[in-house]
Design a protein around this ligand. Structure first.
Ligand code: T4K
Length: 408
């Protein structure tokens, strides 16, 4: 355990971990089951195009969510595009800026204009009052994002969009297995999108899914994901190839089998982080509503630089020097990224404040109790002596022999 600033790898000490530990390591699955499924697919000589494993995966996800339709896709980014395309969105799409670039890029790729709205600072998700104020005659839809698995205020967003006659979709990339007011995420708005990327709590190597109770919409996205074949009225763009392969479905099914155990492990990780990082002024682990279900996929820590004397970016660099690959989820926010930054100015004070203060710490089934103890030891040492650490780091000679300048 590290006791002094000089023990930190940033100042020449040994790294706490010999190998990197990550936020997004794929969770453990039953390999024998995966190989059985892959072997079955090979024997079956059917490898993609709405195969039996993909259909089984769709049924499992639809049952889990309690929704009429699930269309599995090759990833979530394309699934968002399919939804926008299938519903013929035009003009502007309102969304949060505090999200992964995929949410914004998906609609921009179709020639739509993302309009970034501020968040409710208590949840990190879209503020429905800001959404109502951002609606213009050019708005065709709102995309909410259940950030870090914490659901949006779905009732408020449903009301705002229904009053304005707009489509409402949710990017639920982080939120499989979570609930809002006891109802599973996946059942809100006109449709929701899950991600099954390798780094997600349920993974299909790469994968996504659209879930909806709208049968016609499901039929349209399924057809568009298969080159537009089977559509009564052909889409102007024809369609694309967004199908989930049988190999991905085999992984997705095996990962779904493991999900209850992974979620339990993640919850224990989360609770350990909360315990070990409690009562540190200026540092908090973001919380989850106690009466809802969560997947605890991300452990997000918020750091106040004024109280701790330590900027989030310096904490991330310091952790990375220890081989703890913390992530800035999500910073910069989308409106601070190109191609959005130079197109339009957005006033998003809550987004900018939170985006500059949060980081994700390693969790998932690869992370042990001892790993968390060691990560928290580093964080506690750094944060409790944040002013001194920052001053010392500023004195460090940079590559040109000059002292380095602290971020932010
Ligand atoms: N909407 C939202 C809100 C999202 O967060 C995302 C994706 C999407 C939409 C789009 O979903 P997909 O189209 O991807 O289905 C990662 C993921 O790649 C990305 O899927 C995810 N969100 C985002 C939050 O995280 P990056 O750029 O942070 O890093 P990446 O994928 O290179 O790796 C993250 C960490 O995981 C690294 O520390 C290394 C580790 N890792 C990664 C892979 C791929 C592993 O240990 N093993 C692996 O196989 O995006």
């Amino acid at each position: 355990m590290k006791r002094d600033l000089g023990d930190l790898a940033l100042f020449g000490g040994h790294a706490s971990f010999l190998q990197q530990i990550h936020v997004g390591r794929p969770n453990r699955i039953d390999r024998a089951r995966l190989f059985d499924r892959l072997s079955w697919a090979l024997d079956n000589e059917w490898l993609t195009n709405n195969g039996p494993l993909a259909r089984e995966f769709e049924e499992r996800v639809a049952d889990m969510v309690g929704v009429g339709n699930c269309v599995a896709t090759c990833n979530a980014t394309v699934a968002l595009q399919l939804l926008a395309h299938a519903t013929e969105l035009t003009g502007e799409v309102i969304m949060p800026s505090l999200t992964f670039a995929a949410t914004a890029h998906a609609v921009r790729w179709l020639g739509l204009e993302p309009v970034f709205c501020d968040i409710d600072p208590r949840t990190g998700c879209l503020d429905h009052v800001a959404v109502a104020a951002a609606i213009t005659p050019r708005t065709s839809a709102v995309f909410g994002v259940h950030l870090w698995g914490r659901p949006c205020d779905v009732d408020a967003l449903e009301k705002v969009t229904a009053d304005a006659g707009l489509r409402l979709f949710f990017d639920a990339a982080h939120a499989i297995g979570c609930t809002s007011q006891g109802r599973p995420v996946g059942r809100f708005g006109h449709a929701e999108v899950f991600s099954f990327h390798a780094t997600k709590v349920v993974n299909a190597f790469e994968g996504g899914a659209i879930v909806t109770d709208d049968d016609d919409l499901a039929h349209r996205v399924r057809s568009l994901a298969n080159f537009g074949f089977g559509l009564h009225s052909p889409s102007a763009a024809g369609g694309t190839n967004a199908k989930m392969s049988e190999a991905s479905a085999a992984m997705g099914l095996t990962s779904l089998d493991a999900f209850p155990e992974v979620a339990r492990h993640n919850q224990a990780n989360y609770e350990q982080y909360c315990g070990e990082l409690a009562r540190i002024p200026g540092l908090s682990v973001i919380d989850f509503a106690p009466d809802e279900r969560h997947n605890y996929q991300y452990v997000i820590v918020e750091i106040d630089p004024d109280v701790t004397g330590l900027h989030r970016d310096l904490l991330v660099d310091l952790l990375r020097a220890e081989n703890v690959v913390a992530q800035r989820y999500f910073s910069p926010a989308c409106h601070q990224l190109e191609p959005y930054r130079s197109r339009q100015q957005f006033q998003l004070p809550h987004t900018e404040r939170l985006s500059a203060r949060v980081l994700a710490l390693p969790t998932g089934s690869a992370i042990s109790r001892e790993d968390i103890r060691r990560v928290c030891n580093i964080v506690r040492l750094a944060v409790s002596r944040g002013f001194e650490l920052t001053a010392r780091w500023q004195q460090q000679p940079g590559p040109d022999g000059q002292s380095v300048v602290a971020p932010g």
